[in-house]
Design a protein around this ligand. Structure first.
Ligand SMILES: *Cc1c(COP(=O)(O)O)cnc(C)c1O
Length: 369
């Protein structure tokens, strides 16, 4: 037997895998710089904190944590089914919607198949593709958004999945409903379209696609949504997939039986019914987006118009020194060089106070860097 390192034993796709880079945690910057006031606008979390109704529901549920959670998530699925007008058997619950993205890759991909997604699209798409050894087909973006014509042209007999983030992260770009449905309708039956709508709740209602209605027409469509963003539960990890009963059955076979913990299930169920919190979150975001957009304009900076709760801004030069200088002022934003955008920083919209703290820091930094 030839000697080989453990590394050599791993699947080829995993050997080449570049791990996801999360936003810098607040505690880490505290340790490094000993700053007292730190704001994090780096992971598109809801800046308002959790809804009090959710924290109350979690407290109520605490005595139950010695029991395994409901592996079918019956209560949460019932509320989701009611809200979205789907059947329970069309829902797959995930440990964050990231898990749904992973489940779909594990359910449908083999190393001889390929996956189509856009340049500057969410980093998890290449990750889940490579982890199962399938081939990634990244298609050049147009104006930082998905070029659906070019993506369609890249689809061939060996394509099994296409990922679309709408709005996209980190660019914030939004595809119109017409264009998107036309693309989905054009797909051959052997291609599954994963429509990642993590920021759906932030999209202006007049611009939203009624994507759930499409499920009845396209059995190859999987929609993913999350409780991590507008619902304010990023730390609990709950997302879900909506698809045909047939596809959902397959995804649920692969899913671990207790992938959502008991407190997360209760929290998500409560959050879904707290529409006041949701509306307050969206209104806070809209006001913050407007403020930041105006300030970028006065500073002569170019943000990409964003439909999400974050905005990517082009500084026209290597953004890393600006990122570092902002850190020293206690502001954590997100570099996006790993998305092929080295001159940009992505800023999550914060509370009004956080946005103003960021603006002051940015003004100071731009005067000195
Ligand atoms: C944040 C985000 C998700 C959601 O991740 P969770 O696992 O649900 O926390 C999915 N897709 C995109 C594009 C995102 O930005």
């Amino acid at each position: 037997m030839t000697t080989s390192s453990v590394f050599d034993l791993a699947l080829p796709g995993i050997q080449k895998l570049i791990p996801y880079t999360p936003g810098k945690p607040i505690e880490e910057l505290e340790r490094e710089l000993g700053l007292s006031e730190i704001i994090k606008l780096a992971s598109n979390e809801n800046p308002l904190g959790p809804s009090p109704r959710v924290t109350d529901a979690i407290k109520q549920a605490l005595p139950e944590i010695t029991r395994y959670p409901d592996g079918n998530g019956f209560k949460l699925k019932t509320v989701l089914a009611e809200k979205y007008g789907v059947e329970l058997n069309q829902i797959t619950l995930g440990n964050g919607s990231n898990e749904i993205l992973e489940l779909v890759a594990r359910t449908f991909l083999t190393p001889d198949l390929n996956v189509v997604f856009s340049q500057h699209a969410f980093a998890v798409y290449p990750l889940v593709t490579q982890a199962v050894g399938a081939q990634a087909q990244e298609v050049a973006a147009r104006n930082y958004g998905h070029d659906l014509t070019a993506m369609r042209a890249h689809i061939n007999d060996k394509t099994r999945l296409v990922f679309i983030a709408n709005p996209n992260n980190p660019t914030g770009t939004l595809l119109t409903a017409d264009v998107l449905e036309e693309f989905i309708a054009s797909l051959p039956a052997h291609v599954i379209c994963v429509l990642d709508e993590a920021y759906y709740e932030y999209v202006d209602p007049a611009q939203r696609a009624d994507s759930i209605a499409w499920l009845a027409r396209y059995p190859n469509l999987l929609i993913t949504r999350t409780f991590s963003k507008a619902y304010g539960l990023a730390g609990l990890r709950v997302g879900f997939g909506l698809a045909s009963a047939e596809m959902s059955d397959l995804l649920n076979r692969v899913r671990q039986p207790f992938n959502n913990n008991a407190l997360a299930l209760v929290a998500a169920e409560t959050a879904l019914q707290d529409q006041d919190y949701l509306q307050h979150s969206v209104a806070t975001n809209n006001a913050g987006m407007q403020l930041l957009t105006e300030v970028f304009d006065t500073l002569g900076l170019s943000p990409i118009p964003s439909a999400g709760n974050f905005v990517s801004v082009d500084f026209g030069r290597d953004a890393q020194p600006i990122y570092q200088a902002l850190l020293k002022k206690g502001v954590i934003v997100r570099p996006v060089a790993n998305y092929g955008m080295p001159t940009f920083l992505r800023i999550s919209i914060g509370t009004d106070a956080e946005n103003r703290f960021f603006i002051q820091a940015l003004r100071d930094v731009l005067n000195h860097v």
